[in-house]
Design a protein around this ligand. Structure first.
Ligand SMILES: C[C@](O)(CO)[C@H](O)COP(=O)(O)OP(=O)(O)OC[C@H]1O[C@@H](n2ccc(N)nc2=O)[C@H](O)[C@@H]1O
Ligand SMILES: Nc1ncnc2c1ncn2[C@@H]1O[C@H](COP(=O)(O)OP(=O)(O)OP(=O)(O)O)[C@@H](O)[C@H]1O
Length: 290
């Protein structure tokens, strides 16, 4: 059987409202419009070999020990739940920045589940696939079918694909890894506490881009302020994007990656070139979000 291959695109939280913090597991309750970039890691699966993983690519080192990789955690989780599951040897080409708020590890795990589902003729709606996605990380369920949609709860409630027009964008990571847990902690919510704030705008199916941009302007990322206390360089990255004549600039997830939306692809490519010249050490990616 030939190699199976898939892409693991970067996840971008176009909005991220924190509604409060749950009693019990202490996870935060969110409402987030999530979209996916063209920029991606790449994952292959060789079904002729035993379960394993090799990693190459520019961010293979920062992704940490191979045995702890979310690709293997997801694969082992699915094998434990589905008797007789066919597995294989994965190879990950890691390009996305790590601990960056763009869910690279989550998207890799979701790609592993898609490849195993394909190899075994399983539907992505299979109960075991959903359960393993939730166990592997809060962002994994939304990455299973990477199309713009709403995410709620702690990440386990996934809305339908919204059919938005692709948004020309630039992603920037200023090179500082920002782990997720300390950013949520810096919000300072006690278990059971709500975070007051204007409600999330409704995003209907097939929303026109102009109306979407208006809705996005009226929304926010509640993790931006706490992330700025953890990594002040995020402020420099936002300022650099805003200097490029974008329609909207905001942080994704728990940072440090920030994104800007542009009127068209040419404007995004031009801004990316200028940002690379001004900040050669930053990761800069012009892309479409969809
Ligand atoms: C910030 C987001 O990226 C937005 O999409 C996600 O909510 C985080 O997703 P993730 O990195 O896959 O999160 P996990 O690896 O499951 O959790 C990392 C840590 O973040 C905190 N966490 C995560 C998700 C959530 N809804 N509330 C939380 O408080 C918890 O302290 C947890 O220990
Ligand atoms: N395939 C993987 N890619 C990246 N990191 C991985 C992977 N597997 C395990 N990890 C570990 O997971 C941690 C978080 O990595 P990741 O890049 O997914 O964070 P993130 O972009 O902040 O995610 P999120 O937006 O979901 O919070 C890293 O510290 C890394 O050691």
């Amino acid at each position: 059987m030939p190699l199976l291959a898939d892409r693991a695109p970067a996840k971008v939280n176009l909005t991220l409202h924190v509604l409060g913090r749950r009693v019990g597991d202490g996870y935060h309750v969110l409402e987030s419009l999530v979209a996916f970039a063209g920029t991606a890691d790449r994952l292959t699966l060789d079904p002729a070999a035993p379960l394993g993983l090799t990693v190459s690519g520019p961010t293979a080192g920062p992704a940490g020990p191979t045995d702890d990789n979310l690709v293997l955690r997801a694969a082992r989780g699915l094998a434990a739940r589905v008797p007789g599951l066919r597995v294989g040897a994965f190879h990950l080409v890691k390009r996305l920045p790590v601990a960056a708020g763009i869910g690279g590890g989550s998207s890799d795990a979701a790609a592993a589940l898609r490849l195993l589902a394909r190899l075994n003729g399983l539907s992505l709606d299979h109960e075991a696939v959903g359960a393993v996605a939730r166990e592997t990380g809060a962002d994994v369920p939304v990455c299973l079918v990477p199309r713009a949609r709403m995410m709620r709860g702690a990440g386990e409630e996934i809305g339908p694909a919204l059919g938005l027009a692709p948004l020309p964008a630039v992603l920037i990571n200023p090179g500082v890894p920002v782990p997720t847990a300390p950013v949520f902690k810096a919000l300072g919510l006690a278990a059971g506490q709500d975070l007051p704030g204007a409600p999330h705008p409704t995003i209907p199916q097939d929303m026109a881009t102009g109306a979407l941009l208006e809705a996005l302007a009226g929304a926010r990322n509640d993790l931006e302020a706490p992330a700025l206390t953890v990594a002040p360089v995020i402020g420099d990255a936002l300022k650099a994007l805003r200097g490029q004549g974008c329609r909207l600039a905001r942080m994704s997830g728990s940072g440090a990656t920030v994104f800007a939306l542009f009127a068209d692809r040419r404007a995004a490519v031009r801004a990316a070139a200028a940002l690379r010249t001004a900040h050669p050490a930053w990761w800069v990616a012009p892309t479409f979000l969809r």
